[in-house]
Design a protein around this ligand. Sequence first.
Ligand code: GLP
Length: 234
Amino acid sequence: MKVIKVNTQLEGAKLALEILSEKIAAGAQTFGLATGSTPVEFYNQIINSDLDFTDKTSINLDEYVGLDGSDEQSYRHFMNEHLFNEKPFKANFLPNGKATDLEAEAKAYDAIIEAHPIDFQILGLGQNGHIGFNEPGTPFDETTHVVDLTESTIKANSRYFESEADVPKQAVSMGIASIMKSKTLLLMAWGDAKAEAVKAMIEGDITESLPASILQTHDDVIVIVDEAAAQLLN
Ligand code: GLP
């Protein structure tokens, strides 16, 4: 793991853009993307850059079950608003949260990943150490699957909804095994709320109870953290 400490989120996002640009220059074609507040400044940097994605493919980590892409709380909508409307890609894949057969949807999503191996995967970090929506306890060998969200994740994500009761209880998420297949992984984390998860991910045991700890075993992981998220690191 290469851990880079930056002073501000903006500095981190600019650095992430530089790394992305290098990967594109080296031939990266398929990008694994994440939602949440963490990558928003990075997506702004992409929008304001002259990078061209019209021949590139994106594959997002996850989507809420029950939300249509036109729903304002859906991750499809989030991606349109924060990136895709401004930076068109050749194709943008996200799981279909409205699929009637969610198991079949998960299988189909794995086939998409199989057909478009991810060169560069962006990750945020849940306060409980989740990546994508792989909650603590998710087997490391899991591929795309339907997830029951934990109370802590529902609470953390309720800030985007009118009330906690409106947060979907399930999601379709790429699994840890799918994420680990990506050639390069770039995880960003900002703020005090992530400090404990960052420490456990980097310095703790590799354990399914802290999903992001598996990243210690990947040979090309870059972690960009601000001072607050890095405060507990030795
Ligand atoms: C959600 C997403 C994750 C994201 C996490 C952290 O649970 N599924 O992909 O990393 O939240 O969110 P934030 O970046 O808003 O802190």
